[in-house]
Design a protein around this ligand. Structure first.
Ligand SMILES: Cc1cc2nc3c(=O)[nH]c(=O)nc-3n(C[C@H](O)[C@H](O)[C@H](O)COP(=O)(O)OP(=O)(O)OC[C@H]3O[C@@H](n4cnc5c(N)ncnc54)[C@H](O)[C@@H]3O)c2cc1C
Length: 498
């Protein structure tokens, strides 16, 4: 079977070679195949119109190498897909090759070393499921259908990041296929420059085929047929709903609380309607404490005193349940657009609160939201030399404005929601670092400005490492770090090419 009748002979030969070189369980899906439309879709329906020329469902490193070779031979872009949750649609590509890792999903836990080795198609829920069998967890994000690789390699914030650092801080080593097809390991002791760079900007340097990550004791420890008594490590979870007219008092109070809160605590704040589907918006706050129950009760007391919530629930739940509580709020195949920034405690002023209120008062769809997620704690423990992922560490809150609307509306309506998102974000005036994993624009014009916000002074170092490992910018369908040029090295003292 060929790609199309007009394909030239060289392209046809390259394709035949690809077909004959992939693993016996691997699959190539082409536009004419009946499962193509389902296979090409990613989480964000904004990219349903993208048509890759080939989707390769890979089963190992060898497939990645042959796919890179093929893409270079025919001159197309290659892009990997883990969980497919890229806001900017980077895990699909018009006319290019998608390496879909949906068949590579093994998770191996080493309970003695408390480490876990994962393949690139694993989702957060699958990782949590395996690690929890050993009473362990990796600090990852809070929606279980998100992919591990995209999230972990780009930063990774969630319930446990204030205690154990960002997901990125827990990477021990990575196996990577580079643009020239070489398979290398990156760790503190091997290719240390690459190891530094992939922890924040991996897509720019190669395709990561496995990750070994540090896990930590969390939750119930199932040991054979009995459950350990170390129950205290499971989270206590508090949810409160407030009418929007209390927003000022509530935001200031949780901001104050977080200044001295234990690292085992984190919190997520956003607007939501009530479960009965009424159109009125409320402020919903979810707090988690990974503490012994009595300690958690005591630590949460000041939170229970805040304002006059209309709903309030305090529960002790499992870590796996905690990791799924937002799953239904961001389902697959809606249309999404987002802007991401951050604030420090001092930025929580009346201007910020007014902007938050404006966003909620002017929602263009009931699914749109302004959200804040707690940072700080162990996130602040690492320096810029530790990993490329850096500026967000200095911040106290991640602030995202998320536009979300149904996929069955005419495309002309998209702009209305996108404009709401942009205006709400602009009003928040958060010029502070943004989170690269939340960038929803693939727009090249503003890419360098956004890269600077995400990486700060680490950007030049990233460009140097890019020059070493991908000098021709083969991996460019991403938040793209350009290789440092000869001119950069001659003219800018900030490029220290030791
Ligand atoms: C519903 C939802 C909830 C989220 N919640 C959180 C959260 O709680 N905390 C948080 O920190 N972030 C969160 N995020 C952001 C999330 O971290 C990013 O969207 C992340 O990129 C998703 O990873 P993925 O593997 O699912 O995505 P993909 O789209 O598969 O990949 C994302 C990017 O990584 C690249 N990539 C994928 N696999 C590889 C690989 N093997 N080697 C090199 N590059 C690769 C892709 O090409 C793409 O550029 C959330 C996103 C969504 C959509």
């Amino acid at each position: 079977m060929g790609l199309s009748t007009t394909q030239d002979a060289e392209q046809q030969r390259a394709f035949e070679e690809l077909k004959n070189s992939i693993g016996p369980r691997s699959t190539i899906i082409l536009p004419e195949d009946s499962n193509y439309n389902d296979s090409k879709r990613i989480w964000n329906a904004m990219f349903d119109n993208k048509n890759p020329s080939i989707i390769l469902q890979a089963t190992g490193v060898a497939d990645v190498q042959v796919a890179i070779h093929y893409a270079q031979r025919v001159g197309v872009v290659v892009t990997p897909r883990g969980g497919g949750h890229s806001w900017a649609g980077f895990s699909t590509v018009e006319g290019g090759v998608v390496i879909d890792f949906c068949k590579m999903r093994s998770v191996h836990v080493d309970p003695i070393l408390q480490t876990v080795t994962v393949e690139p198609g694993v989702l957060l829920g699958e990782l949590d499921h395996e690690t929890q069998a050993f009473g362990l967890a990796v600090p990852v994000g809070v929606i279980s259908h998100t992919g591990v690789f995209g999230l972990v390699l780009g930063g990774g914030v969630g319930w446990l990041c204030r205690k154990y650092g960002g997901s990125v801080d827990n990477i021990i080593s990575a196996n990577i296929v580079l643009a020239d097809g070489r398979f290398v390991k990156a760790s503190k002791t091997e290719n240390a420059d690459l190891f530094w760079a992939i922890r924040g900007a991996a897509q720019n340097f190669g395709i990561v085929t496995s990750l070994t990550i540090q896990a930590h004791p969390v939750g119930l420890a199932y040991r054979g047929s009995y459950v350990s008594t170390e129950l205290h490590r499971s989270p206590s979870h508090l949810i409160q709903f407030y009418p929007m007219d209390q927003i000022e008092e509530v935001l200031h109070a949780i901001n104050e609380f977080q200044k001295t809160a234990p690292r085992e605590y984190n919190c997520e704040v956003y607007n939501r309607g009530r479960i009965d589907g009424s159109s009125e918006m409320f402020l919903k706050i979810c707090y988690s404490f990974y503490l012994p129950q009595e300690e958690a009760e005591k630590a949460a007391e000041p939170l229970k005193e805040i304002g006059r919530p209309i709903e309030h629930s305090w529960k002790w739940i499992t870590h796996v349940e905690n990791q799924k509580i937002f799953d239904m709020e961001s389902p697959h195949h809606r249309r999404y657009y987002a802007k991401s920034g951050s604030i420090n405690f001092d930025d929580m002023n009346s201007h910020f609160v007014d902007a938050f209120k404006w966003g909620v008062a002017n929602l263009t769809s009931p699914y749109c939201m302004v959200e804040m997620i707690g940072l700080g704690g162990a996130m602040k423990d690492s320096s810029a030399e530790h990993a490329a992922f850096f500026p967000l560490r200095s911040q106290d809150w991640l602030v995202n404005v998320v536009a979300s609307w149904n996929n069955d509306v005419p495309a002309e309506e998209d702009q209305k929601h996108i404009e709401w998102c942009r205006e709400s974000f602009q009003r928040l005036h958060t010029k502070n670092p943004g989170y690269i994993n939340m960038f929803a624009d693939a727009c090249r014009d503003t890419m360098q400005e956004r890269l600077s916000r995400a990486f700060g002074n680490n950007l030049n170092q990233l460009r140097l490492v890019k020059r070493r490992y991908d000098p021709y910018n083969f991996f460019r369908h991403n938040v793209n770090v350009l290789p440092a040029t000869d001119e950069d090295l001659e003219t800018e003292s900030t490029f220290s090419n030791e």
